[in-house]
Design a protein around this ligand. Structure first.
Ligand code: GLC
Length: 472
């Protein structure tokens, strides 16, 4: 499913990159003989900062998403009640079986940290209406189960101890509350169930009350993650309340107004290499079918996930990777293994994200994405490598050193003329000796250390002009 989020129009993107020079680098048509202004590369860009306590979001970048609830007992999908056509009166009986005796928030957070993740976003109430927190406004909570505890409270304590930002997911659509007007729209039950009294305003009253509980009972909250606003109901007063209660909380765009950031889901538009000019947090699960625990889930390969992560982080977005814990509270071995593998990768290549800025526009090679910090350029091999080298048109200057971060090993460099460039006579920068066969299920990242990257870019552009081969 696609969610609205802002992608840049090509025109405004080129403007943002700084006009003609950028247009040339992007491959936009230039009149024959037109001069590319060589000396001044366009400014790097990143989504705007908030300038307040919400800036944590632009620093942490990579988080863990958790979908957990009664549905995990059935082990099929987080929307089992709806997709499995289960009547509410049957579904709610699962609450009598909720007893996650292996739940240990510290184990989740250990895994989160091992995976290189920096914050947690967890479902407090999914579409089924079951609350993982102690709400005074409904009985349908973990407190009224054999387990009897407030799971969000336990998680919040553990997060606060480790100073890990905690964000709360909350579904607006509700398949349990008698006032929610279920009428077969997007992710709604086809019609109200017996005894329901659909009343949107009464439901909103309940929702406001729960949001207030979540924003007052658990100490500092770093984010509020709305889902499934059906109908698209605008009401800025709700986010305003969150902001008053939790000023450092970032709010997503699936609620009652546009919020602070967009939420593309499951590799939406990953074929687009342009940097984001707005704040974005992509989300994806380790399994391809479900966000909640699924017994025989079809898991993504680590390579697919690393490519997906790269295609967002290298463009300035955040990334949430989801796991669905088992009904006993433990995270299944397969998901844990995937996260650990990603953590090992993140540990070696992580310096290429963080505060490094998106810079893919500097090269015309569609198989790489670039990020940049000062005179260091990071080359992300975000497609399965086809050769053991990478040519970085239009660069013509050798950096001091090239290091493959995955193995911390130095790579070869050359600007010798390649046969395929015989017409332009330009020897482009090539990074050589990449162990491509060992990177087919991962994303290689090469660190290029330049003495003066801006000067190198200027020289490359000038060289293109001299040879009448405009940089395009
Ligand atoms: C999809 C799923 C929903 C899940 C959400 C997470 O919209 O339908 O169940 O919570 O993704 O982004």
């Amino acid at each position: 499913m696609k969610y609205p989020f802002h992608t840049l129009e090509r025109r405004s993107f080129i403007q943002q990159l700084g006009g003609t020079a950028a247009a040339g680098l992007l491959g936009a048509p230039l009149a024959k003989g037109a001069k590319v202004s060589a000396a001044k590369p366009a400014a790097d860009s990143a989504p705007p900062r908030f300038g307040d306590g919400r800036d944590w979001f632009l620093e942490k970048r990579f988080g863990m998403f958790v979908h957990w609830g009664l549905y995990s007992i059935l082990g099929w999908h987080e929307q089992h009640q709806w997709r499995g056509r289960v009547p509410r009166r049957e579904y709610v009986k699962l609450a009598d079986r909720w007893n996650p005796i292996r739940f240990d928030p510290d184990q989740w957070l250990d895994l989160l940290q091992e995976a290189g993740m920096k914050y947690l976003t967890v479902t407090t109430k999914h579409h089924d209406g079951f609350c993982l927190f102690d709400s005074k406004l409904t009985k349908f909570t973990t407190v009224n189960t054999p387990y009897g505890k407030d799971l969000i409270g336990m998680l919040a304590d553990a997060c606060h101890k480790r100073r890990i930002p905690l964000c709360l997911y909350y579904s607006i659509a509700d398949w349990n509350h008698p006032n929610y007007p279920n009428q077969g729209r997007h992710h709604e039950l086809p019609k109200p169930e017996e005894g329901d009294k659909p009343d949107w305003n009464a439901y909103l009253e309940f929702l406001r009350g729960q949001v207030r509980e979540l924003c007052t009972n658990y100490g500092k909250i770093h984010g509020f993650w709305w889902d499934m606003n059906v109908p698209e109901h605008a009401d800025p007063s709700i986010n305003r309340m969150i902001r008053e209660l939790q000023p450092d909380a970032v709010i997503n765009d699936r609620g009652f107004d546009k919020g602070d950031f967009g939420t593309p889901e499951r590799d939406y538009k990953t074929d687009d290499a342009r940097a984001f000019s707005t704040r974005v947090e992509a989300c994806q699960a380790v399994g391809s079918e479900s966000w909640g625990f699924r017994k025989d889930e079809d898991y993504y390969t680590v390579g697919h996930l690393e490519r997906s992560i790269t295609r967002y982080l290298a463009r300035g977005a955040n990334y949430l990777l989801n796991v669905g814990p088992q009904p006993d509270g433990a995270i299944d071995p397969r998901s844990s293994a995937i996260l650990r593998e990603i953590g090992r990768w993140m540990k070696s290549v992580g310096e290429s994200y963080g505060d490094a800025l998106p810079a893919t526009r500097l090269s015309r090679n569609p198989n790489v994405m670039l990020t940049r910090r000062g005179n260091t350029l990071y080359v992300h091999l975000h497609t399965v490598p086809m050769t053991d080298s990478v040519k970085l048109k239009p660069f013509t200057t050798l950096p001091r050193r090239a290091v493959l971060l995955n193995s911390n090993s130095e790579l070869g460099l050359s600007t010798d003329l390649c046969p395929s460039d015989h017409q332009s006579r330009i020897g482009y920068l090539r990074v050589r000796g990449i162990p491509a066969d060992s990177l087919t299920n991962s994303v290689g990242v090469v660190r290029l250390e330049f003495d003066d990257l801006d000067a190198a870019l200027g020289r490359s552009a000038a060289k293109g002009n001299e040879d009448g081969n405009l940089i395009r």
